[in-house]
Structure formats: structure tokens, C-alpha cells
Design a protein around this ligand. Structure first.
Ligand code: ADP
Length: 608
């Protein structure tokens, strides 16, 4: 499906057996080598051709000047003159052709490389646990992925062009100038080696600063996106000035990090440029000295000076790019560091598909504490029969949502097992588990897309008729058709153009469409007004038909027709039974029921 739209969109599971190296050099190497070996080799060859052919120029200049000198005052167009001249022209042309070939291969490779790096990281990110995603700013993660794509392209350009050019220029420079005097290669190597050492030292520091800046930029984006996403709340609590201060602080930190990096780059460039000038002066002075003392001719002088210029330019080019290199290296490194941490609760290799035959759920000796150490369950047991409808009630913080999230494998218990039709959910593939369980969550996540797309999200193969049918069952059809664009109405970011009740009904429509045997509802009716809740109660019961259901509800009217109601407190089942049994028992559930009867939903419950 995906490949129809984007042939280069690459899922990380289809790459290198699903293993992404989290070190930047290895990551880049594997992506390039496994995907674009041919193009990279062509890129390298074209670069070598470009600089190699250009390096003939000093040699040919030497021959030309020698020929001119040998001819006295009237040289004439002798073969010794026009041959090197034509060869210089040919070297220039063929070098330029190689450079354009290089650009062409680069134009073919870089955009795809960027796309694939981003798609690899994006698909990897999607499989992170909800916990990971909640603990990181969405904007920050998005930006890391974008930056990693850009950085990979820059790194490829530097490695395949600037580094290679310098290496070849050095080899040619050393070998040609060695013929004139051993002092030239000595000077060349004696300057290049310390320059490289100093560059690496300075660039390492640059890397650390660049990482700090990259983190500050991502955090800053995250802070801004967070505020914009919650702009309504900011306005409602008149906290605009407070948020401005927070954003200003984040921007300030980013600015300081950027300043430090810029200062550093400035010093870096100054040190290296001074070194380059000293080298070129020494190289030229040595050549002049050799000429003056008679051990070198003017032709050789021109050749050596021209070689020095070529090498000097390439070293300077590489040094300025070295900052970019380490900067982008840092960016890629930081993106991989954040995104490529191992997935929590990954599928076991060859994990089988969950086969839901009847729909029985069993929590067996479950012990679970959150990562911060807060314990929720200890030796928890619960068996749900196929097709049974179970309501979960109890005070906030009792562990109701955690129980459902364990069933969805958002959290993995430290001990014990959760079985669906006898299969341990920890051992089956997560996607088959997700397919088997439909959920109507408290906060129905909606995309900034059409209503039809949002409902159809439950089953990509669903026809338009099926979407409309599901919407009808969830009592959405009316309000959808009342909009000018009907099913094509765009719902806005996170569904802001819909009311809370409408959003939740869309989530219910999705559950209808999913046709999964197991259904979990987490406060599914909390955003509905009493009238709407009453109206869709029958629809919900229709949805429950033939499914095993676990429903969390604060409004007891949502669950009082369930086969069994569990009153959960501090992670243990304090009471269980049907609504009538629990009322007869006169315990906590009964007290809660009476309170709700007396309270604001009296009218609603009377209307049952
Ligand atoms: P309920 O759904 O019954 O209101 P939850 O299952 O959401 O309760 O929470 C149970 C306990 O776990 C609470 O004390 C809550 O603060 C804690 N908790 C929930 N989610 C997390 C989390 N991601 N990290 C740490 N503690 C959590």
C-alpha cells in the first residue's frame, strides 16, 4: 500500500533485518551501503576524476613555461607549446565534466537518502511504547527525524567530496613536489598533520556544543508546540504571560547555546586560516628560495606554487566543512540517541499471531509497579468469560486504566500473565493483539483529516457504506450530515471542530467498524451529555453484542446492565457482582450508586 505512494518509503523492518545501528557512522554507512552502493561508488569515482584531472594543471603549466622559456624571445606555436596548452584545456573540461557528473549522481541520491533516513526513523518511532511517546515532546521527536534526514545528506556530501578531494590532492601534491625537493612534501605533511589533529580536537568540542544546541532547538520547538496545542487552556486561565516567560526562557537557552557554538566556530576558523596562510607563505618562500639558488627553474616554481594553492584550498575547504561535518554529525547522533533506544516490550522473534476463538481474558497473579516505583497491582487475579460484559468502577487512581493498558501491552506486568483464550499476550505479536482489541478511549484521538477518514481509520479496507453504517450505529450520522461537507468535513487538529460528545461518538463508530472480539471502554461516555448518552446506550449495547467487554465508567448508569461489576480500590477487587447483587450488599458500590442517584445525574438514571 505504502509503496504505491512513495516507492522509497522504507519501513525499518524491511531494512537490515529490522536492526538500526544507533551510532551515527554505522547508521549512515549501512543505509548507504545496503541501499545505494552503486551510486555511492559512482559519486566517489566522479569526485576522484574531478580533482585528479584538475591536479594535472600544475604539471602542464610547468611544461608550458619551460617550453616558452626554451624558445627565447619569439617562441612560435611549436608542439611543445600548444600540446601542454591544449592538455590544460582538456584537463579543465574533463575535470568540470566529472564534477557535473558528481552533482548529477548527488541530485539522484541525496533526496532519496533523506527520505529513507526519515522514513526509517519514523517507522521505528511509531513502535515505541505509549509511555515513551508521552515522555517526549511530539514536536521534538518530529524535529529530530527531520534533522537526521538533513544531516545524513550533508555528511554524505562532505565525506564523498571534501574529504576525498583533500586526500587525493595531498597524494598528488606530495608525489609531484617530491621530485623538486624533499622539503616540499615535508612541509606539506608537517603542516597537514597538526592541522588535522587540531581540527579533530576543536571539532570534538564543536560536536559537544552542537549537541547541546540541537537539544535546545528541539526542546524549544516542543515547548512552543505544547503551548500552541493547548492554546485554549492558556487563554482560559489567562496564562499567556506565564507561557511567554517559559517560551522566552527556552528561546534564551537556545540562543546561549547558539552563541557558544558560533564563538567556537569563529575561533576555530581563525586558528585554521592563520595556519593556512603561514603554510602557503612558507611553501611559496621555499619555492622562491629554491629558484633563486638555482636548484629549480621558473616552470617548477609555478608548478609548486600552483600545487600549494590547490592543496591549501582543499585543506581550507575541508576545515570549514569539518565544522559542518561535526555539527551535522552531532545532530544525527543526537537524533539516533533519542529515537533508536530499544523498544519497550518488543515482540519476541517469530511471535505468533493471537488467535481469538472465544474471547476469554484472564489476569493471573499480576504484579505491576510503574517505572517510578508506584505499585498498582500485587497478586491480582481476574477471569472474564467469553462474551462477558464487565464494568470497572472505583475511585480515581484505583488502577482501572492501568489494567486496560496492561491488556493492550502499553505496560508489561513485572510478574504474572495475561491470557486471551489461553495465549499469553506477552508472547504474541503486538499487531495481532491490537487487531483483536477495539478500544473507545477517554480521549478519542482524531487526526486533522475528514470525518470519513477518521472513522475509516479502524479498518483501511472498509467501504464507504461500512463507514456510514458504523456512523449510523454510533449515532453520528445525523450531526455529520448536518455539516455542509458531510463525511468530508475536516475535524481540525485533535478534532477541535467537534464537540466532546461528537468526538466520542466518532470513537464509538470506529469501534463498530473494527469488528474486534474484545472491546475496552475507558470512560467512553464521560463526555456525553445525559441525553446523548441515553440515546447511544442502545447503540453501545449493540456494540457489546458478541464481544467480551471491559468498560471503565464513573457514571454507573453506563455499566449497571453489565454481567459483572468490579469495584476496584488500590489495585484490588473490593466488591464484585451484578448491579442488583452489589446494591443488595449495601457496600461501597451501593453507596456510590446512591450518591450518584442523589446527585446531578438523578434525572438521567430515572430515565432508564
Ligand atoms: P484509575 O484509572 O483507576 O483512575 P490509573 O490506572 O490511571 O487509575 O492509575 C493507577 C495509579 O498509577 C495511580 O496512582 C496513578 O497516579 C499511577 N500512574 C498512572 N500512570 C502512571 C505513569 N505513567 N507513571 C507513574 N504512575 C502512574
Amino acid at each position: 500500500m505504502l509503496s504505491d505512494h512513495a516507492p522509497h518509503f522504507l519501513h525499518f523492518r524491511d531494512f537490515n533485518g529490522g536492526v538500526l545501528p544507533n551510532r551515527a557512522p554505522r547508521f549512515l554507512w549501512q543505509v548507504l551501503w545496503l541501499r545505494y552502493r552503486g551510486r555511492v561508488l559512482l559519486l566517489l569515482l566522479a569526485t576522484l576524476g574531478g580533482i585528479g584531472l584538475h591536479s594535472f594543471e600544475p604539471l602542464l603549466l610547468r611544461d608550458l613555461i619551460k617550453a616558452l622559456q626554451a624558445g627565447g624571445d619569439a617562441v612560435g606555436w611549436r608542439p611543445e607549446v600548444w600540446t601542454p596548452l591544449l592538455l590544460i584545456g582538456a584537463a579543465w573540461l574533463s575535470s568540470a565534466a566529472c564534477n557535473r557528473l558528481r552533482d548529477w549522481v548527488d541530485a539522484l541520491t541525496s533526496p532519496i537518502l533523506k527520505l529513507e533516513v526519515q522514513s526509517l526513523l519514523f517507522t521505528y518511532l511509531l513502535e515505541h511504547s505509549p509511555d515513551f511517546l508521552q515522555n517526549n515532546f511530539a514536536g521534538k521527536l518530529g524535529q529530530k527525524i527531520r534533522q537526521a534526514g538533513e544531516a545524513s545528506v550533508t555528511l554524505l556530501a562532505i565525506l564523498s567530496n571534501d574529504v576525498l578531494r583533500l586526500i587525493l590532492a595531498m597524494v598528488i601534491g606530495v608525489s609531484l613536489s617530491a621530485g623538486e625537493s624533499w622539503m616540499f612534501p615535508l612541509l606539506l605533511i608537517g603542516w597537514t598533520l597538526p592541522t588535522v589533529v587540531v581540527s579533530v580536537f576543536l571539532a570534538r568540542r564543536c560536536l559537544a556544543l552542537s549537541r547541546v544546541l540541537s537539544d535546545e532547538i528541539s526542546t524549544c520547538t516542543g515547548v512552543i508546540v505544547d503551548v500552541v496545542t493547548n492554546a485554549d487552556i492558556v487563554r482560559a486561565f489567562a496564562q499567556g504571560p506565564f507561557e511567554c516567560i517559559r517560551v522566552a526562557q527556552a528561546l534564551g537557552k537556545e540562543m546561549n547555546a547558539a552563541k557558544k557554538l558560533r564563538w567556537f566556530i569563529l575561533i576555530f576558523a581563525a586558528v585554521l586560516y592563520t595556519g593556512l596562510l603561514l603554510f602557503q607563505f612558507a611553501f611559496t618562500a621555499l619555492a622562491v628560495h629554491k629558484t633563486v639558488s638555482g636548484s629549480m627553474g621558473v616552470g617548477e616554481l609555478v608548478m609548486v606554487i600552483s600545487l600549494g594553492a590547490i592543496i591549501g584550498n582543499n585543506v581550507w575547504g575541508l576545515c570549514t566543512r569539518a565544522i559542518d561535518f561535526f555539527d551535522q554529525f552531532g545532530v544525527l547522533h543526537s537524533a539516533l540517541d533519542v529515537i533508536l533506544i530499544p523498544h519497550a516490550n518488543p515482540d519476541l522473534p517469530e511471535a505468533p499471531t493471537l488467535q481469538v476463538t472465544a474471547g476469554a481474558i484472564r489476569f493471573q497473579n499480576i504484579a505491576f509497579a510503574h517505572r517510578d516505583g508506584s505499585r498498582v497491582f500485587q497478586n491480582f487475579n481476574l477471569s472474564i468469560r467469553p462474551g462477558e460484559k464487565v464494568g470497572l468502577v472505583g475511585p480515581s487512581g484505583a488502577g482501572k486504566s492501568t489494567l486496560i493498558r496492561m491488556l493492550r501491552r502499553h505496560f508489561e506486568p513485572q510478574s504474572g500473565q495475561i491470557l486471551i483464550d489461553g495465549q499469553d499476550i506477552a508472547t504474541v505479536s503486538l499487531s495481532s493483539l491490537n487487531q483483536a482489541v477495539a478500544e473507545v478511549p477517554q480521549d478519542p484521538g482524531l487526526f486533522h483529516r475528514s470525518i470519513a477518514d477518521n472513522i475509516g481509520y479502524a479498518r483501511s479496507q472498509a467501504s464507504e457504506d461500512e463507514v456510514v453504517e458504523a456512523a449510523g450505529l454510533a449515532h453520528c450520522h445525523g450531526f455529520i450530515m448536518a455539516r455542509p461537507q458531510g463525511y468530508q468535513s475536516i475535524v481540525g487538529e485533535r478534532g477541535v471542530r467537534l464537540s466532546g460528545g461528537e468526538r466520542q461518538r466518532i470513537a464509538i463508530a470506529r469501534a463498530f467498524l473494527k469488528k474486534a472480539r474484545l472491546l475496552v471502554l475507558d470512560e467512553a461516555t464521560s463526555a456525553l451529555d445525559s441525553e446523548t448518552e441515553h440515546a447511544i446506550r442502545e447503540a453501545l449495547w449493540q456494540l457489546f453484542e458478541g464481544r467480551t467487554v471491559i468498560a471503565i465508567a464513573h457514571r454507573l448508569s453506563t455499566v449497571n446492565r453489565m454481567d459483572r461489576i468490579l469495584y476496584l480500590e488500590n489495585g484490588s477487587i473490593e466488591e464484585e457482582g451484578s448491579h442488583a447483587q452489589l446494591l443488595a450488599r449495601g457496600g461501597r458500590y451501593a453507596r456510590l450508586w446512591t450518591r450518584q442517584l442523589d446527585g446531578f445525574i438523578t434525572e438521567e438514571v430515572k430515565g432508564l
